[in-house]
Design a protein around this ligand. Structure first.
Ligand code: SAH
Length: 264
């Protein structure tokens, strides 16, 4: 079990140099005290050495055969799905399965989500290149990379330290160095970076966390699976009204891993 420090920030000193380097490079909070105005995601394709014509073709086939038929229409989201090298975010032995439309294990009992669901949830957020978006549940870092293609500033919180470390390295390798990562309990959101135009939660709490509602701007969108662990949950799209309450726009049955809670 990793020990979370108050504020859940650097979690040094063990392997401090290495972690600090990874995290700083991936924009993990700390160095990332860099001004938000400069926090533009990289739009350039991943280094050629990481990608291949076969992988590119497989991504195109995935988008044409699974993502578009699933109902995704937003051109920016479809372009992101064609561009982000999902194989960089899955464990090495599973790389050849990276462009099949299903979740894959990433260790620690967690999974990288199914690509068509990543695309649908990203579309639900209604992002633009100026949006500030918060993800809860970094996992592999793949969803964060897709967000970075479509939005402006991307923040992501992961509670399992080794997953956050691997995600930071993958984001860096794939060129998404400006995504900001934090290790901690995403129930609390990322108050210092609020308000957000959109929040996406990729693990399922039993109820909508109040801090996330508070950190959403008026008119902002929250995409979140809600429901008991081990059962089908409801993926909700919620929009924050002027009076601070949430309007429910849509809901679909889904199955996500449960949201864990940090020990108080
Ligand atoms: N978005 C991920 C998939 C995430 S799977 C991807 O693209 O790969 C759900 C993730 O949520 C897991 O990594 C899990 O460790 C994380 N998680 C669970 N509870 C959490 C919490 N309270 N705060 C932050 N992350 C949490």
């Amino acid at each position: 079990m990793c020990t979370l420090t108050p504020g859940n920030l650097f979690l040094l000193p063990c392997s401090a140099a290495c972690l600090a380097l990874l995290f700083a490079a991936a924009g993990v909070e700390g160095r990332a005290a860099a001004s938000p105005a400069t926090n533009r995601p990289m739009k350039s394709p991943p280094p050629a050495s990481l990608d291949s014509e076969d992988f590119r073709r497989a991504r195109d086939a995935l988008v044409d055969r699974e993502v578009i038929p699933a109902g995704v229409k937003d051109p920016a989201v479809l372009a992101a799905m064609r561009r982000v090298p999902r194989h960089v975010f899955v464990p090495e032995p599973l790389r050849r399965e990276a462009y099949a439309d299903h979740p894959l294990p990433i260790g620690h009992g967690q999974t990288i989500s199914q690509p068509s669901l990543v695309a649908l949830m990203t579309e639900m957020l209604g992002l633009s290149p100026r949006s500030r978006v918060l993800e809860i549940g970094t996992g592999s870092g793949y969803q964060a990379a897709v967000l970075a293609e479509v939005a402006g500033d991307v923040y992501s919180v992961e509670i399992v330290r080794p997953l956050a470390e691997t995600a930071a390295a993958a984001l860096l390798r794939a060129g998404y160095e400006r995504v900001r990562l934090r290790i901690g309990d995403g129930w609390q959101g990322w108050p210092e970076a609020a308000p957000f135009d959109a929040i996406i939660v990729t693990c399922a709490p039993e109820e909508v966390p109040a801090p996330l509602i508070a950190q959403l701007r008026e008119g902002g969108r929250l995409c979140i699976p809600v429901g008991p662990a081990g059962a089908t949950q409801e993926l909700r799209l919620l929009v924050k009204r002027a009076d601070g309450t949430l309007e429910r726009k849509a809901s679909h049955p889904v199955r996500f891993v449960p949201m864990k809670r940090a020990a108080p």
